[in-house]
Design a protein around this ligand. Structure first.
Ligand code: SF4
Ligand code: F3S
Length: 110
């Protein structure tokens, strides 16, 4: 088991999660973060910290796509260990449907 970042992170990208992770296993894309499945120690500390409620245990139903995307981009994007300025319109994107189509494959600045 591991934890995964899911759809509602896209364009919200608050980054509170990276501040609490004891093993620094978050990786940063342009508008989304992912968790490295081999580095996460399943502590669950990040889950309640996300203002967008975007972090889930991978045992929750229907997360296949997100498990795949977290594993894929954790290999491609830079590690992030400190919260930065969140997007100015982060709150406006909270709960918007179909954000997967907006997921940028570009890396963040790390
Ligand atoms: Fe980090 Fe724990 Fe969250 Fe895994 S569950 S990403 S180890 S804070
Ligand atoms: Fe995303 Fe929530 Fe972290 S919006 S960047 S998973 S705090």
């Amino acid at each position: 088991m591991t934890y995964v970042v899911t759809e509602n992170c896209i364009r919200c990208k608050h980054m509170d999660c990276v501040e609490v992770c004891p093993v620094d296993c978050f990786y940063e894309g342009e508008n989304f973060l992912v968790i490295h499945p081999d580095e996460c120690i399943d502590c669950g500390v990040c889950e309640p910290e996300c203002p967008a409620d975007a972090i889930r245990a991978d045992t929750a139903p229907g997360l296949e796509k997100w498990i795949e995307l977290n594993a894929k981009y954790a290999r491609l994007w830079p590690n992030i260990t400190e919260k930065k300025q969140e997007p100015a319109d982060a709150k406006a994107w909270d709960g918007k449907p179909d954000k997967l189509t907006l997921l940028s494959p570009n890396p963040g600045s790390g």
